[in-house]
Design a protein around this ligand. Sequence first.
Ligand SMILES: [Zn+2]
Ligand SMILES: [Zn+2]
Length: 516
Amino acid sequence: MVEIISWVLVPVLYLGALALYLMVAPAIALLRGLALTMELLAGHVRLLVGVLYRRTPEFRTLPPYRPQDEDVKAYRNYFFGPGYRDLRQLLTLERRSYIRTTGDSFRAVTSGQFVTPARHRAFTVPYGLTLHLGLCLGAAMALPPLALLLALHALLLVTLTGGARLVAGTLRATDRAVLRVRRLRTGMLCPHCFERVPYPAYDCPRATCRRRHADIRPGTYGILRRRCECEERMPTLLMLMSRDARLQAFCVHPNCEKPMNADAGHMPEAALPLIGGQAAGKTQLMAAMLLALENAAAAGGPAIKLADDESHSNYQVLREVLRMQGHTRATQKALPRAHSFVLGSGRSERLIHLFDTAGERFVNREETDALRYARAARTIVFVLDPMSVKAFWAALDAAPGPPLDRTLASTVDPEDVYAPSIQTVDAMNAPLKRSRLAVAISKTDLLAAHGLLPETLDDSARARTWLCEELGLRNLVQTMEHDFQEVRYFYTAAVADEEARVDASVGRFVEWCLRE
Ligand SMILES: [Zn+2]
Ligand SMILES: [Zn+2]
């Protein structure tokens, strides 16, 4: 009987049960597979949160982008590197997680159902095989959605990166357009090395940091703002700097790197060089020009604002020069060479660089450097001291009246200053043919006091005739008129009265020089 039970009944019952089980086995396998798929997808979400948001060490497989490793000490924009790093990390972690989760599930079934089963193997082996089949199914089912999710991630990243680059490019183009409108297409003028700076470098505004950022424009390190290594945020464009939050600009030329005017890049610029021999009266004229502009501003004309601290202190020296009525030899202070100021207000603001080129000396490099600046000028001032012309004294010796102090005269003949200066500027490809020349006949207050001047002083044509006929400078006059598009002659008296009112001749002269 026992034999019948164990060799017939039990196998028949077992096979019957197995047949019944086989009917539900596909459902079990399918459910186990689904469970694995869901587990793998949940694992993906966990990795996504970890890599993109939590950023804890276990989610890190590649070294991060750090500002201290960059050429520019700033954080990279997400779409210029870090985004791709995240995607690569996600792929690595996803692969590892997939292998681990699937492997763990298979191992759990093998040990639970085959190696150390809790029940008889006759029951656990078919169940274990069903689960294995389910796991194979689940592992395969998880692949398409995972691949799709990663592909969508990559697609989104590529699209946003393209968008970010497009926005950065558009902003740079807009900035270039704004600079072109301000006629700064070729750059701004550095008041130290006299070179054009295509786009200044800027220092981090944080007082304890001051790291130099060579190129702040939109790109790798930020679209609208960039973050310095010190965490301080700074605007990426000149047009994003508000009037009171302008960053300090610096020259980008390797041997200079000095600070530029705070207004550089924010408004059109003009250079107004003064060429003339030593003691021809350039410094006095410069002082009188500034004072005339200040007087005009007080009387309702365009506003004038000195561009920087250096110009402020220089201006004090210039006022002193003017107060001493031209006796510059009396001052012990070094005379300022350049002066930057903002003329006008609102949209009509212009940054003007007025400077003395010391045209009579070309021995040292610094002097010719100053002339390089003249390249940017569309109006050049030639200061002509009549007392430096021999013909002037020859005519004077015959004339009656009190003698004129010869020591006040420039010792350099105007022709000896004009030719080399203009040749130097011309050799630098300055468009002289499209430029204007203002000839300032200096020290006319001294001459007028001795009755040596014609009656009318505000007529360019008469001044020209006076230069040709009285001073015998016809050759020089003709050369000038050949070199420049337009030449005007002005008698200038760089003097001020007790109330700091400058002689009217200077006002007319300045107005013409700064006319656009
Ligand atoms: Zn410079
Ligand atoms: Zn900083």
